[in-house]
Write a protein that binds this ligand. Structure first.
Ligand SMILES: CC(C)(COP(=O)(O)OP(=O)(O)OC[C@H]1O[C@@H](n2cnc3c(N)ncnc32)[C@H](O)[C@@H]1OP(=O)(O)O)[C@@H](O)C(=O)NCCC(=O)NCCS
Length: 183
């Protein structure tokens, strides 16, 4: 059983080591989340520390999923600072540790972010993900709409250029279901 918690800035700063373990596991496992492999743990710690200002200023919201007291997954929402975009947010850095995958946690984290976005008055979510990845299957099955594919968008951790699929989803507070308990 996992518990999903929204992190305050001080909690994020206390959790950077565990979050860095999750990020390095994800990148070194081959997932395309913005980094090349091998991702150095110190660089991953610095990257998470670098999120603190945005979290404190309200430009970012971060959730962590705990299993037996350890962070096993995370998801974030990035809020644009443009005055014409306050109705939208981007789902970023959805990651589940390889040891915890396939048990419904990714779906639960995504639902948590969707529900929080809707409750905050956001009506439109967007994201991009490597085309044909497991994450793409998750977004499709969670009701996201595929807007299109951009070829050669980003390198995989081992350096191969791959396409990305752009997704969006309209969210309304009353219509976003409770996240399913982790199986
Ligand atoms: C994508 C990710 C978060 C899914 O987490 P998870 O906890 O394993 O996912 P769930 O168990 O909740 O599965 C939800 C759905 O994802 C899809 N999925 C999960 N693993 C899959 C796989 N290996 N192959 C194909 N589809 C898969 C399925 O549609 C699944 O639904 P189902 O169980 O009804 O078939 C996880 O694989 C991960 O961290 N990947 C690396 C990071 C990444 O790519 N993040 C997305 C960045 S945009």
């Amino acid at each position: 059983m996992s518990t999903v918690v929204r992190l305050e800035t001080d909690q994020l700063l206390r959790s950077v080591d565990e979050l860095a373990d999750l990020l390095t596991d994800t990148v070194n496992g081959g997932a395309s989340v913005g980094f090349l492999a091998p991702l150095d743990r110190a660089a991953a710690v610095d990257w998470w520390r670098g999120r603190a200002d945005a979290l404190a200023e309200g430009g970012l919201a971060v959730w962590a999923a705990y299993t037996r007291g350890r962070i096993i997954g995370t998801v974030s929402l990035a809020f644009p600072d443009k005055p014409n975009s306050s109705h939208r947010a981007e789902v970023v850095k959805l990651m589940v540790h390889r040891e915890g995958r396939g048990k419904g946690l990714g779906r639960s984290l995504l639902a948590t972010a969707e529900r929080a976005a809707a409750e905050a008055g956001v009506t439109l979510l967007n994201l991009d993900t490597e085309t044909d990845s497991p994450a793409e299957s998750l977004y499709r099955s969670a009701g996201w709409t595929r807007a299109g594919v951009i070829p050669d968008y980003a390198r995989t951790p081992d350096g191969v250029l791959r396409p990305t699929t752009i997704f969006y989803k309209y969210v309304v507070a009353a219509e976003v279901s409770e996240p399913a308990a982790s199986r």
